[in-house]
Unconditional design. Structure first.
Length: 339
């Protein structure tokens, strides 16, 4: 990609902003050293200390989605020193190294939301240049890979009432949310979201593939008009039924949107954060993660900054959700207990 954040200070600002918006599930971070000195030494030291704290929180949170994925199914991925690898059952495979640097990365580093892995399909969303989105996928556990036809930014429907350039529609560096999901080998969904204005994601588009990921077309979907928090997760259980979750900063709730007609129409329900976890003067930064089905019910994890996972459950096919306080867990304990 040709555009990059320039300078350590901008990277710190990006990290801080994303920590604030609860969107860490979509971003990786540079963690180089900072030199301090001169009259600004005290300020620099304070900034470095805050930066280290942010980096530590980011590093812990970056492990949550793969750990949840591992609990959901016997499939997961690892990303270490620029190498992306997949584990499906006893099979292991590596993503083609020549593609690693083009994994969707508007904030300099690795983007976990670009990865989909299951026993049926592996898919990785890439951005080879500022105008292009490509899905590279495998149907044989990573032994061979294929590229989709390119989705150009000009193909992203603009349903926004605001200026598309300001919201970051026309360059992939400015996109904020991008999630791929394949409920089957043939059917795939891809959601693309712009940057935000005042915490609201105004440009949102849903694409669909019916040929295994080779070609994609934009759905005429009302998800574009549900102007809520940024998208922080998506899951389709089949070609008709699916969820999209949205969450943000300094709010007391998240939202979960549900479709029963393949993504054409969506209904939204609130996920209120329990009053016991909310300080009215300092509402939490939260991230609602992708829901999954386990033990006869739907489960939705939510990260509450700085270090807690809470869970919502639904036994009504995702139409009604309730908070389960018995499932609260600290991130370090969650990660240490993962299988």
């Amino acid at each position: 990609m040709s555009k990059k954040w320039n300078g350590r200070s901008l990277i710190i600002l990006a990290i801080t902003a994303l920590l604030g918006t609860g969107l860490l599930s979509g971003c990786g971070f540079y963690t180089g050293n900072v030199s301090n000195g001169g009259a600004s030494g005290a300020i620099s030291n304070a900034a470095a200390s805050a930066d280290a704290e942010q980096d530590e929180a980011a590093a812990a949170f970056m492990k949550i989605e793969p750990a949840i994925l591992k609990k959901m199914q016997n499939s997961t991925y690892t990303y270490v020193e620029g190498k992306l690898s997949f584990n499906i059952g006893t099979d292991k495979s590596d993503f083609p190294p020549r593609y690693a640097s083009t994994i969707f990365n508007p904030h300099v580093d690795f983007m976990p939301s670009s990865i989909f892995v299951s026993a049926n399909k592996i898919a990785v969303v890439r951005t080879p240049d500022d105008d292009s989105i490509v899905i590279t996928y495998s149907d044989d556990d990573g032994k061979t890979w294929q590229d989709s036809d390119t989705i150009h930014t000009g193909q992203i429907p603009d349903h926004s009432v605001a200026d598309a350039d300001f919201l970051g529609k026309n360059e992939v560096d400015n996109l904020l949310s991008i999630y791929a999901n394949f409920p089957s080998k043939d059917t795939g969904f891809l959601i693309i979201g712009s940057g935000t204005t005042m915490g609201t994601q105004y440009t949102l588009a849903l694409f669909k593939s019916t040929d295994g990921g080779k070609t994609w077309y934009a759905l005429d979907s009302n998800i574009a008009f549900i102007h809520g928090f940024p998208v922080t997760g998506m899951y389709f259980m089949d070609d008709k039924n699916g969820f999209i979750v949205q969450s943000g900063v300094n709010v007391k709730k998240a939202e979960i949107c549900q479709t029963v007609d393949g993504g054409v129409t969506w209904s939204a329900n609130e996920l209120p954060v329990p009053a016991t976890l909310v300080d009215d003067l300092n509402a939490p930064s939260l991230t609602a993660l992708t829901p999954y089905y386990a033990s006869g019910q739907w489960v939705l994890p939510m990260f509450i900054r700085p270090d807690t996972l809470i869970y919502f459950k639904s036994k009504e096919q995702g139409k009604i959700w309730s908070y389960d306080p018995t499932m609260d867990i600290k991130i370090n304990k969650f990660l240490s207990s993962r299988v």
